[in-house]
Design a protein around this ligand. Structure first.
Ligand code: ZN
Length: 88
């Protein structure tokens, strides 16, 4: 960057700002998936009636990523589709 003009520096700043914006947007949705130990079904809506509050295992995923194994809870799926799923 030794010979960069002011215009190029300004341009770089914009690109960096834009990247940070994209990253922060993507990180906004980071649901925590929980399932009871010994069970297959993952829950990720904290207001799901079956949201585990003790004796559970937990994984945090980015965006639309899902846990690598196991089942997804139908109640949580329905809430997500309806837009009424509160995530941790
Ligand atoms: Zn659920």
């Amino acid at each position: 960057m030794l010979f960069a003009s002011i215009a190029e520096v300004e341009c770089d700043k914009n690109i960096i700002t834009f990247d940070l914006f994209i990253i922060s947007m993507r990180d906004l949705y980071m649901p925590t998936y929980r399932r009871l130990k010994g069970h297959d079904t993952w829950h990720w809506c904290t207001d799901c009636p079956h949201w585990p509050t003790s004796n559970y295992e937990e994984v945090v995923k980015h965006g639309r990523e899902r846990p690598a194994s196991g089942e997804l809870d139908n109640t949580c799926l329905a809430r997500e589709r309806a837009g009424t799923c509160s995530t941790k």
